[in-house]
Design a protein around this ligand. Structure first.
Ligand code: NAP
Length: 488
C-alpha cells in the first residue's frame, strides 16, 4: 500500500524543465504525490530560457521526445526551439503536471531533518516537509560571460545567447558573436542576411557535420498520426544511430564510427569552404568528437557571405566601440552576443542542500561533483538527481537519459512510499568504487584522448560524462543494486 494514496507521502521535485516534467509523470503513474518547485514563471527549462535566432535542437525531433508522448506534429527533422517549448508545455498540461507546479518558487534550501524527511524552503518561505527530493535542475542553465578586460565598457547592447534581448534591433547593425559552439554556429546563419556585418570571434575552430534540416511533409505527418508504429520505428532507428553507435564511438568502443565521423567532417570542410585560407582557419587541430559535434548545413555558407567575418586573432579587450584583437585591430560593433556557454557544474546551486549531520552538498561538491551512478550521494538520503554528475552528455537525447534515471529513481522512491524503508542512500564504498571506475574508463574516451578542452571538464580537469556505452548506462540503471545502498 503506497502511503501517497492517503495523501501523506509527497516528493518535492526541483525544476519544471524537461526532466522535472518527466519525473512528475513517472511518479504520478506510480501513484506517488509530488510538488514541483520552479524558479521561473513558466515551465520548459532550457527551451524557455533560450530564444536566440536560429535555435533548433541538434538531436532529431523524433528522438528528442518523451517515450510516453510521441509527437506526429514535428515540423522539421530538427525542430525549432519554440515548437519544442510548446511540446513540453502541452505534455505538462495534458498529463496533469501543470497543476502541481509552483511557479516563481525558486528553492533556496533543502535540508534533511531526519526520519527520512526533507524541509524545503523557497523564495516564498517554508514549503513544509517532503519524503524525498528529486533535483531535476538541468545541466546548462547558468550562463558564463567571458572574463575579457573592458567587458562592461562596451557602449552598445550586449547579452548572453541564453538571455537574448529581443528589444535590440539587429537589422543593418554591426554584430559581434563571441564563441564558436553549437549556439554561435546556429545564431550566425540566422542573422547574417539581416545585419550590416557579423564578426565571429573564434578562439577554437569546431568540427561540423553537414546534416540538412528537412521539413516533414503533411503526408508524412499524417502517416505518423495514423500509424504510430512508424514513429516508434523511426525512434528506434535514431536511437541506434545516436545513443548507441555515436555514443560508443566517443568512449572508445567504435573506432570505425569515430573515423567515419572525422572523415565526414573533413569532407564537409573541403566540399563547402572554397577559400583554402579560410578552410585552414576553420580546421580544428583536435579529433572530431572531442568537443560536442556541431550539426549544421548552414554555418559554412553563412561564414562565407561577404558581410560575415571570421576573426581568429585572440581578443585583447573590449572597448566602448567594439572588440580589440591582439593584432591591435579594433572591430567596431553595435551589438555583442556572448555565445560563451554555461557552467555545467551548477546543478541545484545557488540553493543550499544540507544532508545528514549537517553536511553541505555545496561544500562537498566545491571542487568536484561526484555521485553514485549519476543519481544519488552518500549522506543525502532520499535525495536523487536527474542529469547528475557523470550522466551521459553528448549529441544524444537527454530526454532518454533523463527517463532512464527517472525510471531508476522511481523504483527507490516506491520503496519509500510503500513503507519498505524510510531512508535510502548509496554507500560511500559503492560510490567510491563507481567513481574510481569512471576515472579509469574516462582515459579511453575521445574527450580525453582527442586533444581538446570543453565544458565536459571540471575544475580538477576531470571529465564528467558517462565513460561507457549508452547500453551500459541503461543496463546499470535498469534496477537498483540494493546491496550498494544503505536503508533504514
Ligand atoms: P560552448 O560549446 O561551451 O561554447 C562556448 C564558446 O565560447 C566556445 O567556442 C569557447 O571557445 C568560446 N569562449 C568561451 N570563453 C571565451 C573567451 N573568453 N574568449 C573567446 N571565446 C570564448 O557553448 P554553447 O555553444 O552555448 O553550447 C553549450 C552546449 O549547449 C552545447 O555543447 C550543447 O550541449 C548545448 N546546445 C545544444 C543545442 C542544440 O541544438 N541541442 C544548441 C546550442 C547549445 P573554446 O572552444 O576555445 O573554449
Amino acid at each position: 500500500m503506497i502511503n501517497a494514496s492517503n495523501g501523506s507521502f509527497r516528493v518535492a521535485i526541483i525544476g519544471a524543465g524537461a526532466s522535472g516534467i518527466a519525473t512528475a509523470v513517472y511518479l504520478a503513474r506510480a501513484g506517488i504525490a509530488y510538488t514541483i518547485f520552479e524558479r521561473a514563471d513558466d515551465v520548459g527549462g532550457t527551451w524557455r530560457d533560450n530564444t536566440y535566432p536560429g535555435l533548433a535542437c541538434d538531436v532529431p525531433s523524433h528522438l528528442y521526445r518523451y517515450s510516453f508522448a510521441p509527437n506526429a506534429e514535428w515540423s522539421h527533422e530538427y525542430s525549432p526551439a519554440a515548437e519544442i517549448h510548446a511540446y513540453f508545455r502541452r505534455v505538462a498540461d495534458e498529463l496533469g503536471v501543470l497543476e502541481n507546479v509552483r511557479l516563481s518558487s525558486e528553492v533556496t534550501r533543502a535540508q534533511f531533518v531526519g526520519e527520512g524527511m526533507w524541509r524545503i524552503t523557497t523564495v516564498k518561505g517554508d514549503e513544509g516537509l517532503f519524503n524525498a527530493v528529486v533535483a531535476a535542475t538541468g545541466v546548462l542553465h547558468k550562463p558564463v560571460l567571458p572574463e575579457i578586460e573592458g567587458r562592461d565598457s562596451f557602449a552598445g547592447a550586449s547579452f548572453h545567447s541564453s538571455r537574448w534581448d529581443h528589444s535590440v534591433p539587429l537589422a543593418g547593425r554591426r554584430v559581434g558573436i563571441i564563441g564558436t559552439g553549437s549556439t554561435a554556429t546556429q545564431i550566425l546563419p540566422a542573422i547574417v542576411d539581416e545585419v550590416a556585418s557579423v564578426s565571429l570571434f573564434q578562439r577554437t575552430p569546431q568540427w561540423i557535420i553537414n546534416v540538412p534540416n528537412n521539413p516533414f511533409s503533411e503526408a508524412k505527418k499524417t502517416a505518423f498520426r495514423n500509424e504510430p508504429q512508424k514513429m516508434a520505428d523511426l525512434y528506434e532507428h535514431l536511437n541506434n544511430l545516436f545513443n548507441e553507435r555515436f555514443a560508443a564511438s566517443l568512449v572508445g568502443e567504435n573506432a570505425a564510427g569515430l573515423a567515419e565521423m572525422a572523415r565526414a567532417c573533413r569532407q564537409n570542410l573541403e566540399d563547402n569552404v572554397r577559400d583554402p585560407d579560410l578552410r585552414r582557419r576553420l580546421t580544428p587541430s583536435y579529433q572530431a568528437g572531442c568537443k560536442r559535434l556541431i550539426v549544421s548545413d548552414k554555418f559554412y555558407p553563412a561564414i562565407q557571405r561577404p558581410n560575415a567575418h571570421l576573426v581568429d586573432t585572440a581578443i585583447m579587450r573590449i572597448e566602448p566601440a567594439g572588440v580589440r584583437t591582439k593584432d591591435g585591430l579594433l572591430h567596431d560593433l553595435d551589438v555583442i552576443v556572448y555565445a560563451t556557454g554555461f557552467d555545467p557544474f551548477t546543478f541545484f546551486r545557488p540553493a543550499t542542500i544540507v544532508g545528514r549531520n549537517g553536511v553541505s552538498l555545496n561544500e562537498r561538491w566545491k571542487e568536484s561533483c561526484q555521485a553514485y551512478r549519476s543519481v544519488a550521494v552518500p549522506d543525502f538520503p532520499n535525495l536523487f538527481f536527474i542529469g547528475g554528475p557523470n550522466s551521459p552528455i553528448g549529441n544524444f537525447s537527454f530526454l532518454r537519459t533523463a527517463e532512464v534515471q527517472i525510471g531508476y529513481v522511481t523504483q527507490l522512491i516506491k520503496l519509500l512510499a510503500e513503507g519498505a524503508c524510510r531512508e535510502v542512500e548509496p554507500t560511500q564504498q559503492a560510490t567510491d568504487a563507481f567513481n574510481s571506475d569512471v576515472e579509469q574508463a574516462i582515459k579511453h574516451t575521445v574527450w580525453v584522448t582527442g586533444g581538446c578542452t570543453s565544458w565536459y571538464f571540471d575544475k580538477q580537469g576531470k571529465v564528467v560524462s558517462w565513460p561507457w556505452s549508452y547500453g551500459r548506462f541503461e543496463a546499470d540503471l535498469k534496477q537498483p543494486r540494493m546491496e550498494e545502498f544503505k536503508v533504514a
